[in-house]
Design a protein around this ligand. Structure first.
Ligand SMILES: NC(=O)c1ccc[n+]([C@@H]2O[C@H](COP(=O)([O-])OP(=O)(O)OC[C@H]3O[C@@H](n4cnc5c(N)ncnc54)[C@H](OP(=O)(O)O)[C@@H]3O)[C@@H](O)[C@H]2O)c1
Length: 248
C-alpha cells in the first residue's frame, strides 16, 4: 500500500488504533483523528512508531469529528501534508448507556452527530478525490446495536443503524467509480471502548451471551477490515464481528 493515504477517525484507541496499525504495517500513510485525549494520542504515536517506514507518515489530528467545519479543516491538512485520501475508516464514536426515559436531548444530539454525521462529513470530503483516482475504500464501524437493539439505548442503536443506510446508499452510487463502501458490526470487543475497564467477572457474563466460547478483541475487527480492504467485489455489506450475537 505504498503511496496509499488513509484516514482513521477515532484512531488513537481501541478498534481504530488496531486498524491504523494494520494500515501502517501494509505501507500506507495514516491520518488519525481523535477528540481531546492527548495522553492516548501520545501513547498511540509511541506504539505506532516502529511501523513507520521511510516513505510513510502518521498525522495526528485533534478535534471533534461531529463538527463539519473541523472535518473540512482536517481534510485540508491531510491533503496538504499527505495527499489525496483513498481509504477512509469512520470509527470515531461514543458509547454510553441510557434508557428511553433517561436520555436527554444533548445525549441524543451528541450521539447522532459523533457516531453518524461524522461518517457523512468525512465521506463527503474524500469522495471527490476517490472518484478522480478511480479507487476508494470506505468502512463504517457500526455495531451489533444496529442489527438488533443492543444494550446501550435508542440513541446508540439509531446512530449505528443510520450508518448501515449510509453504507448501502453510498455503495450503490459509488461502485462504478471503483469505490467500495462497507460496514463492520462488532460487539463485546474486550480490549476497546467501555469494555477495557470491565472486570473479569463482568466480561464473563458477556461470554454467556455470544454463540462461541470467547468474546472478541480488536484483532477480530482488524481481520474483517483487512478482508474488506482487499475485496474489490464486496460492497454494501455489513460484516458481523460479534460472536453471532446479532441473531439473538
Ligand atoms: N468496543 C466495542 O465492543 C464496540 C462494539 C461495537 C461498536 N463499536 C464501535 O467501534 C468504534 C470504536 O470503538 P472503540 O471501542 O474502539 O472506542 P474507544 O476505545 O473508546 O476509542 C474511541 C476513539 O474515538 C475517538 N473519539 C471519540 N469521540 C470523538 C469525536 N467527537 N471526534 C473525534 N474522535 C472521537 C476517541 O478519541 P479521544 O480518545 O480523544 O476521546 C478515540 O480515539 C465506535 O464507533 C464504537 O461505537 C465498539
Amino acid at each position: 500500500m505504498k503511496q496509499t493515504i488513509a484516514v482513521v477517525s477515532g484512531g488513537t484507541r481501541g478498534i481504530g488504533l488496531g486498524i491504523a496499525e494494520s494500515l501502517l504495517a501494509r505501507g500506507a500513510s495514516v491520518a488519525i483523528t481523535y477528540k481531546d485525549n492527548d495522553a492516548a494520542a501520545k501513547s498511540a504515536k509511541d506504539r505506532l512508531e516502529h511501523l513507520i517506514g521511510k516513505e510513510q507518515q502518521v498525522l495526528l489530528l485533534k478535534g471533534d469529528a461531529g463538527d463539519s467545519d473541523v472535518v473540512a479543516e482536517q481534510h485540508q491538512e491531510v491533503n496538504k501534508e499527505l495527499g489525496p485520501v483513498s481509504v477512509l475508516v469512520n470509527c470515531a464514536g461514543i458509547m454510553f448507556k441510557r434508557s428511553f426515559e433517561e436520555i436527554s436531548i444533548s445525549d441524543w444530539d451528541d450521539t447522532i452527530r459523533i457516531n453518524l454525521s461524522s461518517a457523512f462529513y468525512w465521506s463527503s470530503q474524500v469522495i471527490p478525490g476517490m472518484k478522480a483516482g478511480g479507487y476508494g475504500r470506505i468502512m463504517n464501524i457500526s455495531s451489533v446495536a444496529a442489527r438488533g437493539v443492543g444494550v446501550l439505548g435508542p440513541h446508540y442503536a439509531a446512530s449505528k443503524a443510520g450508518l448501515l443506510g449510509l453504507t448501502r446508499f453510498a455503495a450503490r452510487d459509488l461502485g462504478k467509480f471503483g469505490i467500495t463502501v462497507n460496514a463492520i458490526a462488532p460487539a463485546f470487543i474486550e480490549d476497546a471502548g467501555i469494555f477495557v475497564e470491565w472486570s473479569e467477572e463482568q466480561k464473563a457474563a458477556l461470554k454467556d451471551k455470544v454463540l462461541v466460547p470467547e468474546i472478541g478483541n480488536v484483532a477480530d475487527v482488524v481481520r474483517a477490515f483487512e478482508y474488506l480492504l482487499d475485496s474489490p467485489f464486496v460492497t454494501g455489506v455489513t460484516l458481523d464481528v460479534n460472536g453471532g450475537v446479532y441473531m439473538i
